[in-house]
Design a binder for this molecule. Structure first.
Ligand code: URA
Ligand code: URA
Length: 220
């Protein structure tokens, strides 16, 4: 040990003579939790589209930073904008019930949206807003590395899958996106207005559950 100590001292002396004054230590790996925290700070500073002027709080997302399953909605609504949390209004209550019906908790999955800031009066996201905001969603998926994504409604499905196809033809089957299985289904807000479609949404959710169990090694 003494020897190691001596040679380390000699090496540092050598560096000093060479004019090295500071040895940068490798910064600790922040892990997915830390990386999402950093991303949250970036969203707070974001000025990439005009929505930062009218929103109260940006909504990055919440849940398990190592989630197998991620839900992607459209954009924060009034309640989400108030609280800075995704899906906490009426549509959120339905999403929470759906997650529980899957035998999961909100804390086990991750919930986010295509847009991180609320469009005024909940108008539809504009293409340039989606373009400006998409890097955040991509970074979230790179950090979390989910195996499954459930897109909620037209915008999330079309944005992620890069298609103009309608939700009615996209839903019900898995699509591939960057090696991740994507199941598009209806938006909970749409289901609240059109309860007859809940049956179809449940078919989609059952397919996600089967895949989730298979991935966790509990299924066929
Ligand atoms: N609708 C969405 O698309 N996202 C939310 O977070 C809330 C409502
Ligand atoms: N139209 C939408 O925008 N979302 C749905 O979920 C269904 C129809």
């Amino acid at each position: 040990m003494d020897e190691l100590h001596r040679s380390l001292r000699a090496y540092l002396k050598h560096l000093e003579l060479l004019g090295v004054e500071d040895i940068p230590s490798p910064s600790p790996d922040p892990g997915p939790e830390g990386q999402l925290q950093e991303l949250k700070q970036e969203v707070l500073q974001c000025r990439a589209c005009p929505l930062h002027r009218t929103r109260r709080n940006p909504v990055l997302g919440e849940g398990n930073p190592r989630a197998i399953l991620v839900f992607v909605g459209e954009a924060p609504g009034a309640e989400e904008d108030q609280q800075g949390r995704p899906f906490v209004g009426k549509a959120g209550e339905l999403l929470t019930r759906i997650i529980k019906a899957m035998g999961l908790e909100r804390e086990e999955v991750y919930i986010t949206n295509v847009l991180k800031c609320r469009p005024p009066n909940n108008r539809n996201p504009r293409p340039e807003e989606i373009r400006a905001c998409l890097p955040f969603l991509l970074r979230q998926m790179e950090i979390i590395k989910p195996k499954l994504i459930c897109t909620l409604g037209t915008f999330a499905a079309q944005t992620l899958l890069g298609t103009q196809e309608r939700i009615t033809s996209l839903r019900g089957r898995f699509h591939q996106w960057r090696g991740i299985k994507v199941m598009p289904t209806f938006h909970p807000a749409f289901l609240l207005r059109n309860p007859a479609y809940k049956r179809l949404a449940w078919e989609d959710v059952k397919k996600i559950m089967a895949e989730y169990r298979r991935i966790k090694g509990q299924g066929p």
